[in-house]
Design a protein. Structure first.
Length: 365
């Protein structure tokens, strides 16, 4: 069972679990999730969808092997719009799902976040770092909800012997991110496509580490196959600055947009990078085993180069991701289907031997 399964990460997880042969129950109240994210899965007889708020009691018949609790508003615009709901999902929702897992004698995985580190004073951030969080700031409802969720999860593990996993997800990007979720990269893309100023907060020197969603999901699956119960960082240990990202997206879109600097929001983290040096940390095994991960800057550049030689339109048509096929006048020279950028399948996916990546500009900042 995957809560939040119609969201960005949850839908990718549902898709991977079905691919691996599981029966999947997706639970989502569609407050921030989107039915379109799971539309392609509904034809699979092993998949079922329940529209439900996990903050309320849920009873399910039959066997459940694992509860994967992904549900939560996860972008600043969402948890500022739904602060109480965010707190309830992280506390009541986590408690409810832990109770369900215990009743079903199932395993439990909590999707936590690097936000538990707040604006960190330790860099990079190991799992042993307790964080620097403002509990009453604008980000506090999300940060503290996830910290409470981790405490609930460890309490059930210690008190009831529940088989638990906790992942601390760092910034992740890929198909199905919402254009209007308020994060930097979707904002940059939308602004660049319209030749509008790109809004950079502060001086743009703050950093994030961008992990491609497939790599994140691979880490989740690997962690499920271990007995490790304490929190584990999952993310890409390579950093980019916000200004670098803005300039990259502007260049790739062929945009004439200027950079517009604005005051830095309260409690915005200055640095964010996972410490994954410990041998138990799953993404580190990707690195140590020699497998290639999707590097955000290099991968996007390569893919734009491939696409640019194949198209010649002068307008950008946006489909499905909040803009409803709106045409931007005076858009970049390359023809880019925004639906393809964010969530479509018509761009040719890379082959394993060439190691060239999809054009997914929606880095999760």
């Amino acid at each position: 069972m995957v809560t939040g399964g119609a969201g960005f990460l949850g839908s990718h997880l549902c898709e991977r679990l079905l691919k691996d042969g599981w029966q999947v129950t997706c639970v989502d109240n569609l407050v921030t999730g989107q039915a379109t994210n799971i539309a392609r899965l509904r034809d699979d007889g092993r998949f079922r969808f329940l529209q439900h708020n996990v903050s309320e009691h849920l009873e399910l018949e039959g066997t459940i092997d694992t509860v994967l609790h992904i549900a939560s508003p996860a972008s600043p615009v969402d948890y500022e719009r739904h602060p109480i709901h965010t707190l309830k999902v992280g506390t009541l929702g986590t408690h409810n799902m832990l109770g369900l897992a215990r009743a079903k004698k199932a395993g439990f995985l909590l999707a936590s976040t690097s936000e538990v580190y707040g604006d960190p004073l330790v860099h990079p951030q190991p799992e042993t770092y307790w964080g620097n969080v403002n509990p009453i700031g604008p980000r506090g409802v999300y940060d503290e909800a996830k910290r409470a969720a981790e405490a609930f999860t460890m309490a059930y593990h210690r008190a009831h012997g529940l088989k638990t996993r906790i992942i601390r997800i760092f910034n992740t990007y890929g198909p199905r991110m919402r254009l209007n979720d308020g994060r930097a990269a979707p904002n940059f893309i939308k602004q660049a496509l319209g030749n509008e100023p790109l809004t950079v907060y502060g001086d743009g020197s703050q950093t994030r580490s961008l992990c491609y969603v497939d790599d994140l999901i691979e880490g989740v699956v690997r962690l499920l196959n271990t007995d490790y119960a304490e929190p584990v960082n999952i993310g890409n240990p390579e950093e980019v600055t916000i200004l670098q990202l803005a300039e990259l997206i502007r260049d790739l879109c062929g945009s004439s947009s200027q950079i517009a600097f604005r005051p830095l929001p309260i409690d915005d983290p200055k640095q964010r990078r996972p410490d994954i040096d410990d041998d138990r940390v799953v993404p580190g095994s990707l690195k140590r085993s020699g497998e290639k991960r999707k590097r955000p800057l290099q991968g996007v550049r390569d893919r734009v180069g491939m696409l640019g030689s194949a198209v010649s339109k002068k307008s950008v048509r946006c489909s499905g991701i909040g803009l409803d096929r709106k045409v931007f006048p005076g858009a970049p020279q390359a023809a880019l289907e925004f639906g393809d950028l964010v969530g479509g399948d018509s761009l040719v996916r890379a082959t394993e031997d060439t190691q060239q990546w999809d054009l997914d500009l929606t880095h999760d900042i």
